[in-house]
Design a protein around this ligand. Structure first.
Ligand code: COA
Length: 347
């Protein structure tokens, strides 16, 4: 039997009412497995999830030499919940790296878990990040015929993203960050630490793993229907339509989170950025000396990409946002969690 005290020591259950935790603990079965045991198989469908009580497990996606380790998880981790939320086959396999002790739950235990408000919110955040990690890259053919892909930017892109930003010419960095200095580690952390509801970013990558460009929006706390957009495209890739594509892709994602207006501050001389925003019917206002502020309707970004691309980006972001609201279970489709702390697009 799983004791409430075994769960209470984990961050996921911090400040949870002991009575509710006791109720939840009683819903779990216990499992003690040896190193090498497989807990979940990629492709399987079942309605179990686990909370790791002791030991470590690895999460691996793909088969044969295409395998990629997504994570190593220890005590306090929850695993297997994506399949329950999405009613889809498992996207990764999970196996024990050491002897493990697990609390194993089913649908009912999962519903009980989500009915505890603080756990729900913590889980929503984790789920959105995991869905972004496993999102299928969307294929793209560049103007010169080379292949590329677009997918949500995730934390594990940090090294690649930092290289992409630091490789920008000083002039491009100045246009992006309003200073030509190298962005700090802290800023890079912020830019890859994304919740996909109030802060969303798409990244374009080449098939050989190079970061070609990133576009993001960050919701305005004071005006939740509004978000600030910002872009960075590798110098040798500028002028080839990636900025336009990213704005369209962000528009598709924004429709999933109730954002109707995009805004951006742009250096007055930044003609390529102004041109991209003009394509979305931006209206302009001078703010500081040398800076102009663009405002555009999210709907107006739709014609910037093909109908097929719009549908593709909408579907991919809807999946992540749905995960972020845990809508399958909480019945909160279309709603978004409470506002998070103040953020801006880092520009
Ligand atoms: C601004 C930026 C994101 C645009 O991305 P991009 O991939 O170059 O954009 P696109 O190719 O989709 O569109 C650029 C448009 O500007 C046009 N353009 C380029 N240089 C120009 C210039 N000097 N004058 C006028 N238009 C220009 C291009 O012809 C293109 O228009 P078109 O599609 O009608 O041909 C990219 O140039 C960049 O990363 N710049 C440095 C960082 C930055 O400025 N970030 C924006 C901060 S908000």
């Amino acid at each position: 039997m799983i004791e409430a005290a075994e769960l209470a020591r984990f961050e996921l259950f911090d400040r949870v009412d002991p009575h509710a935790l006791g109720h939840l603990a009683a819903r779990f079965a216990e499992a003690d497995l040896g190193a090498g045991a497989v807990v979940f198989h990629q492709g399987d469908t079942d309605d179990r999830f686990v909370i790791v009580l002791a030991g470590t497990l690895e999460v691996v996606r793909g088969i044969g030499d295409q395998q990629r380790r997504l994570a190593v998880c220890g005590p306090g981790s929850i695993l297997g919940e994506l399949s329950l939320l999405r009613h889809r086959p498992r996207v990764a396999s999970v196996s024990a790296l050491s002897a493990v002790r697990l609390a194993v739950g089913d649908h009912q235990a999962f519903d009980e878990l989500l009915s505890i408000a603080v756990v729900h919110d913590r889980l929503a955040d984790t789920t959105a990040r995991r869905l972004a990690e496993v999102a299928r890259p969307l294929p793209l053919v560049l103007g010169d015929g080379t292949g590329a892909f677009v997918r949500p930017l995730v934390r594990s892109d940090r090294t690649r993203f930092a290289a992409e930003v630091r490789a920008l010419l000083p002039e491009s960095r100045r246009r992006r960050f309003f200073t030509s200095g190298t962005p700090s580690d802290r800023l890079i952390d912020y830019l890859v630490n994304i919740d996909y509801v109030d802060h969303f970013a798409w990244t374009i990558g080449s098939t050989d793993g190079r970061g070609l460009g990133t576009g993001r929006y960050v919701r305005d706390d004071a005006h939740p229907e509004r978000a600030e957009v910002a872009f960075g495209v590798a110098d040798d890739m500028q002028g080839k339509g990636l900025g336009t594509l990213l704005l369209g892709a962000l528009g598709a994602a924004a429709t999933q989170t109730g954002i109707t207006t995009f805004v951006a501050d742009v250096l007055e001389e930044n003609l390529p950025m102004r041109k991209v925003f003009d394509k979305a019917g931006a209206t302009w206002r001078r703010t500081d000396a040398g800076v102009v502020s663009a405002t555009m309707d999210v709907d107006a970004t739709r014609p910037l990409i093909t109908a097929e691309q719009w549908d593709m980006f909408t579907a991919a972001s809807a999946e992540i946002v749905t995960g972020a609201t845990l809508a399958h279970h909480a019945g909160a489709a279309g709603e978004r969690p409470d506002q998070r702390s103040g953020q801006d697009a880092g520009s």
